[in-house]
Design a protein around this ligand. Structure first.
Ligand SMILES: CC(C)(COP(=O)(O)OP(=O)(O)OC[C@H]1O[C@@H](n2cnc3c(N)ncnc32)[C@H](O)[C@@H]1OP(=O)(O)O)[C@@H](O)C(=O)NCCC(=O)NCCS
Length: 368
């Protein structure tokens, strides 16, 4: 999944097409003089150009954008992932790559759904490149029988009704389906007493343990961790988006840990456990290699039967404390994103000192 939504994020958490066995559509399309074709994943120059376009597009007028480094993206685009197909395309005009895009499609669950992202550099916009890239991504997903095509983006609050990205989405037939709010917590945490929050929460969750691990997670936690993780898509408010439970397994956790190692990412996971050692909640913080000064908040969830014990607050406060002890002063902010109607999660984030910085809408195109 894309990084912009952080846990879909962003995002989780991509490049099949003509040269790969997983491709669903092998064509090259032309729009005017432009050719839209699969990214040549074996060409490091083209990969670097693809990466540069994505970063320029994401960072334009967005001081808090989360972006991937070249190494992270190369691993994402060149390695097969048993859980996700990734269709990466480029728009080429007279031998110059002028646009880029990707569709992420889960292979193990949510087979109705794909996440789409077109990117165009600021000085090449408004020439039809974005629409041409998007049309190719839509065609790829339709050929794969995906019916719910989702495009997530971010922009300032004051333009939420008429920002160019919203106009672009609507012009291409997508409709607003959910709205998340991007928030930032500045590091180091000095204005909030994290120890006091941990102590405040503790009497409410006697009988539970809260512990932090950095990859790899211990074997014995994996089955219950996966069960908790797989609920997130359905438990988090999604507006008009429809999700099924995900299908993460202990084996796939190990695959992703290996992949993160090669990407230079660190994942710091704080879990809440019963006395018997069953994971009933988790909080993931990811320290990306190149996206300074950012740390990405990925998922946070407490399993419904165990809610009401302040485990959410306890895990997040503990996670931030652990983070501060494990990263250097170059990390000066944590980025997170929550549906605006997700009152419980938002109230915890507000207590931890996260401040709103932008709106992150999701647009949906439902195809028959
Ligand atoms: C969104 C993005 C891909 C658009 O790329 P683009 O090449 O400029 O898009 P197009 O030229 O195909 O624009 C198609 C239509 O979108 C609308 N649109 C795009 N930019 C607009 C702007 N600045 N103001 C008003 N409408 C705009 C217009 O209706 C336009 O058609 P028109 O030019 O005939 O009026 C590009 O701005 C981008 O990379 N944004 C950052 C990445 C992102 O968030 N992508 C997902 C967006 S939902």
């Amino acid at each position: 999944m894309p990084v912009s939504g952080l846990d879909h994020a962003w995002v989780a958490q991509t490049g099949h097409a003509a040269k790969t066995s997983g491709s669903v559509r092998e064509g090259v399309s032309t729009v005017g003089r432009m050719e839209i074709r699969p990214l040549d994943r074996e060409d490091p120059t083209e990969l670097a150009r693809y990466h540069a376009i994505s970063v320029a597009a994401e960072r334009f007028e967005r001081p808090y954008a989360a972006t991937w480094g070249l190494r992270e993206m190369t691993v994402e685009l060149t390695e097969d992932d048993p859980m996700e197909r990734k269709d990466a395309v480029v728009a080429v005009d007279a031998d110059t790559v002028v646009g880029a895009g990707i569709a992420w499609s889960s292979l193990t669950d949510n087979l109705h759904l794909s996440w789409l992202m077109p990117w165009v550099e600021p000085d090449r916009r408004r020439r039809g490149i974005g629409s041409a890239v998007l049309a190719e991504l839509v065609a790829l997903c339709r050929a794969d029988r995906r019916t719910d095509l989702v495009m997530e983006t971010s922009y300032p609050f004051e333009r939420r009704e008429d920002h160019p990205y919203r106009r672009f989405a609507e012009k291409n037939g997508f409709q607003l389906a959910n709205t998340e709010i991007g928030r930032v917590r500045d590091l180091p945490v000095e204005d909030v007493d994290l120890d006091a929050l941990v102590e405040e929460a503790a009497p409410h969750h006697a009988g539970y343990r809260v512990e932090t691990f950095e990859d790899p997670l211990p074997d014995e936690l994996l089955p219950s961790f996966c069960a908790a993780h797989n609920r997130l898509a359905v438990d988090a408010p999604g507006g008009d988006l429809t999700f099924e439970q995900e299908a993460l397994t202990p084996e796939l956790v190990r695959v992703h840990e290996d992949q993160r190692r090669r990407q230079g990412r660190r994942k710091i996971t704080t879990v809440a456990m019963t006395e018997a050692g069953e994971v009933v909640g988790y909080n993931d913080l990811v320290v990306p290699d190149e996206d300074l000064p950012n740390v990405w908040q990925w998922g946070t969830l407490v399993v419904p039967a165990h809610r009401g014990h302040r485990l959410g607050l306890a895990m997040k406060a503990r996670g931030l404390k652990e983070l501060q002890g494990r990263v250097g002063p170059e990390r000066t902010r944590v980025l997170t994103c929550n549906a605006e109607q997700n009152a419980p999660m938002v109230s915890i984030n507000v207590r931890l000192g996260f401040r709103p910085v932008e709106v992150t809408p999701a647009f949906l195109l439902r195809v028959p």
